[in-house]
Design a protein around this ligand. Structure first.
Ligand code: FAD
Length: 460
């Protein structure tokens, strides 16, 4: 637990009469609001600092089936469905002349909902916040100010007295702090906690378009394409298509000076986007994101814990972001109440629970990173092609085709958030990428490239 006056805290520890189980959440994005709603469902007092910064447009629109159970737990699925496009799966294309891979979430039926949603943000954030408020969470509409302190010699963090006052918190009370401030990484910055950075140095530009054709796949299906340089997403939303490009920073400079020029030139230059976007009208500003792959080196300390992007973010490729925020909130809630009631009052139990939570988040992060790598390095397309070849060959008891279905099931389940951490699924992927892939082109042919590579016809 956190204490405002550390000396006073030690003095007061024996008498717990004024102990307050207030949980203070910094940041009202999906992670913070989901946790607030879950705590409010348990009738735990919590207050959320919301800086009310809602840009017109936010990334994080394509969701995976793993988030649907959280929406259900919060009693929100109908409202989410009403403002979203139902997402039956995701397709992965390699440029205009390469293989195309279609994943249906039907594969995960039985252990996860066989669908998900493409949801406009910040509307989703607003709905999660509204739900937390309906359930009794308290919101303070101001930016939280934090400052470093120590608890028993260990670096920690506390709210400034101004923030305490704004939140109406008892200056002599005790509270537990959750950093859900996203990529602002508020606590880590104040406490100088370093982050491990991912290997890519990309920049993403995206905007919403009308009349951008999306007719190659089933309605609602997301398309991820390996481009001539970098990759792109196309996410169907109600009445619009969200189109984003993710390119190496050096390549981005060749596309123009401004974010608008860069996105629009990329769409014009990339054959796989140009034809579909020839009639398209941009109906939103272009947003830019950089330096997003990272994982904090520490996930919790005395009186505080990190959640969502504030803890870490893998990569946009397979859309694990919202899942990690929502599942992280669910995990944290479960850990804090692992004994049936709040363990905030029991320092040893709390430390063990937070260790467990942090370990689990790091495991998730590594598992997603491993999976995403197969998509960046092109291995996933090799596995797919090899599987197709195998399935076409006659085999006793049709074993080859059963194998192909089995591997498709596991890949889809990993990308849905169901089996992402499963040791069996991960080992299967490693085996497939090592031993199954004979008589198929090298993975480099399907890999995401930093610099422009011409179509095969021009290269010849
Ligand atoms: C290019 C790109 C594409 C992506 N695409 C997807 C996708 O398709 N699907 C997906 O699931 N994920 C995607 N993501 C990731 C997703 O957007 C994030 O993982 C998700 O938004 C994290 O939620 P969060 O609540 O942790 O943080 P945030 O959404 O960043 O929310 C944090 C909130 O805290 C507020 N805040 C910060 N500091 C303070 C303070 N001191 N006091 C009060 N408030 C504060 C901020 O204003 C913000 O509202 C993408 C990410 C990138 C970079």
């Amino acid at each position: 637990m956190h204490h405002l006056d550390l000396k006073a805290k030690r003095d007061m520890l024996p008498e717990m009469s004024d102990f307050s189980d207030e949980i203070v959440i910094v940041g009202a994005g999906p992670a913070g609001c989901t946790l607030a709603a879950m705590l409010a469902q348990r009738k735990i007092r919590c207050v959320v600092f919301d800086d009310d910064k809602r840009p017109e447009l936010l990334v994080g629109e394509s969701l995976i089936p793993g988030v649907v159970p959280v929406f259900q737990q919060l009693g929100l699925e109908d409202r989410i469905a009403a403002m979203s496009t139902r997402k039956p799966g995701a397709s992965f294309f390699v440029t205009d002349d390469g293989p195309r891979l279609h994943f249906s979430f039907k594969n995960v039926e039985g252990h996860l909902p066989p669908y998900s949603y493409n949801t406009p943000r910040p509307e989703l954030d607003n709905l999660l916040r509204l739900r937390a408020e309906e359930l009794g969470a308290r919101f303070v509409h101001t930016r939280a100010e934090l400052e470093p302190c120590t608890i028993d010699g260990v670096p920690s963090i506390q709210l400034s007295s101004a923030s305490l006052e704004q939140a109406g918190l008892n200056p002599n009370g005790r509270y537990f702090l959750v950093d859900a401030s996203g990529r602002a990484r508020t606590f880590s910055r104040v406490m100088n906690i370093p982050a491990i950075r991912g290997g890519r140095d990309d920049v993403a530009y995206f905007a919403h378009f009308e009349d951008f054709d999306h007719d190659e796949v089933e309605t609602g299906q997301v398309i991820i394409s390996v481009l001539r340089a970098g990759w792109s997403w196309r996410i169907p939303l109600p009445g619009r298509l969200s189109v984003g490009i993710v390119v190496n920073k050096e390549h981005a400079k060749t596309l123009g000076k401004t974010a608008e020029e860069r996105l629009e030139n990329a769409i014009r230059q990339e054959p796989i986007l140009a034809a579909k976007g020839s009639r398209a009208r941009r109906v939103s500003p272009v947003m830019t994101y950089t330096n997003y792959q990272l994982l904090s080196e520490q996930g919790h300390g005395p009186g505080w814990v990190l959640l969502g992007d504030a803890f870490g973010f893998v990569d946009p490729m397979l859309s694990p972001g919202l899942f990690m925020s929502l599942e992280g909130a669910r995990l944290l809630d479960t850990c804090l109440f692992s004994k049936g009631s709040s363990i905030l009052n029991h320092p040893q139990d709390l430390k063990r629970a937070l260790d467990r939570y942090s370990r689990r988040i790091v495991q998730w992060h590594h598992a997603w990173t491993e999976l995403v790598r197969y998509f960046y390095n092109g291995e996933i397309f090799r596995i797919h092609l090899a599987g197709k070849n195998l399935a076409m060959k006659p085999s006793p008891f049709n074993i080859a085709s059963i194998m192909e279905r089995h591997s498709t099931f596991h890949i889809a389940s990993m990308a849905s958030g169901g089996y992402t951490r499963s040791l069996y699924s991960r080992s299967l992927m490693r085996l497939l990428s090592k031993y199954l892939v004979w008589q198929v082109p090298a993975a480099e042919n399907f890999a995401v490239r930093d610099a422009w590579h011409p179509p095969r016809s021009q290269a010849a």
